[in-house]
Ligand binder design. Structure first.
Ligand code: SAM
Length: 350
């Protein structure tokens, strides 16, 4: 096991059978070794800095029906909301004053007319704040829409592929969604010039070690600039309400594997991880993550963006809790870096 970890560290890849060994036979001692190596690699590229992104959850209106997600369109029990232009600009004003230089606008997969509004909002943010990075996470769109988002001034796009296995994809999504369209979107985003992020939920229902190997190999080939990894957490009003949460150890192991395979990637320590265990944020960073995304959404709306039960959005998870986050990072030897934190080597980021 020690040799495998050394090899992954040196070569930044492993053949599928060795990945299987790593995923199935990693005991606590080796988990701690691989996490240590992952931190070393992250520190080589980012020092002890952790980038922050202001997360604005712009709305929970969604036409998709993903079986795992609390804002799926079949869930009639949640109150839907949509932030308007003024609400979003107010979040940006507050975030900018707090020092944020990346805004992440995430939401359900909303209508075409909402895409038009988003183009106007992106254009306005770009005019008001020429020095910020604008990240979007708005789901699957056609190529022309992605291009218009980019031309309006967006720089980055997060779209987890969720699973690279067709059968597993079918278990997680209804018929009208397809893995091929998800992958088409990811290729479009990269071709257009977005810094592109993808990723998976760890322990999503039906996920096997073989699926994880497929995901690792896909992400290895795709070379995204950002990798989003968090545990699956159930939501009580979904078909997966009774499924177990993803495992903490497997999430940390995967974070470390991705850091060793993608030394310069921007890898967040996710809200789902911070929801799973109280020190999840710290454990993620101590497994090679280098980004945190405090919540900048209006506090009265936060509970409505309920992807899973008990989602953390206050305290160190909240933009207004930045001081607390800074203290918690300091306690594990890291500092908050308020620069926009592009993927290393990105040319002409503005
Ligand atoms: N609609 C956009 C999309 O599909 O990419 C962005 C919003 S979507 C809610 C953001 C991410 O939340 C998904 O990619 C998924 O991985 C994650 N998510 C949704 N439900 C979850 C759950 N029950 N547990 C953990 N993560 C979940």
């Amino acid at each position: 096991m020690r040799d495998l970890i050394e090899r992954l560290y040196r070569e930044q890849t492993l053949p599928p059978d060795k990945l299987r060994t790593l995923l199935t036979c990693c005991d606590d001692e080796h988990l701690s070794l691989i996490r240590q190596k992952a931190c070393e690699v992250a520190q080589t590229h980012f020092g002890n800095s952790i980038y922050i992104r202001g997360l604005i959850e712009i709305g929970n209106c969604c036409r998709n029906d993903c079986y795992y997600c609390g804002i799926r369109c079949s869930n009639r029990a949640i109150e839907r909301y949509r932030l308007d232009k003024e609400d979003i600009l107010a979040c940006c004003r507050e975030g900018y004053a707090l020092g944020f230089r990346t805004f992440v606008m995430q939401g359900g997969e909303d209508s075409r007319s909402h895409d038009e509004q988003m183009i106007d909002i992106i254009t306005t943010i770009r005019q008001h704040y020429p020095d910020v990075a604008i990240t979007l996470s708005l789901g699957e769109k056609d190529t022309a829409t992605y291009r218009r988002f980019y031309e309006a001034g967006a720089n980055r796009y997060l779209l987890r592929h969720e699973t690279h296995n067709e059968q597993h994809y079918r278990m997680l999504h209804p018929e009208k969604m397809s893995l091929s369209n998800r992958l088409r979107c990811l290729n479009d985003l990269k071709d257009i010039g977005f810094q592109t992020g993808t990723g998976i939920m760890v322990g999503s229902p039906g996920q096997t070690i073989d699926h994880l190997i497929e995901d690792i190999l896909f992400i290895g080939d795709f070379r995204p600039q950002m990798i989003g990894i968090g545990p699956f957490l159930p939501h009580h009003d979904t078909p997966f309400a009774d499924r177990p949460t993803g495992s903490l150890k497997q999430t940390l192991l995967l974070l470390a594997i991705f850091r060793l395979m993608h030394p310069k990637a921007l890898i967040p320590s996710t809200t789902a991880l911070a929801t799973l265990v109280p020190d999840g944020r710290e454990l993620g960073i101590l497994s090679g993550a280098n980004v945190v995304m405090p919540n900048l959404s209006p506090s009265q709306q936060r509970h409505k963006y309920a992807l899973y039960d008990n989602k953390a959005s206050m305290g160190a998870e909240a933009a207004e809790g930045l001081k607390l986050l800074e203290e918690r990072m300091k306690a594990i030897g890291y500092i908050i870096d308020k620069s926009r934190g592009d993927y290393p080597g990105t040319s002409d980021p503005l």
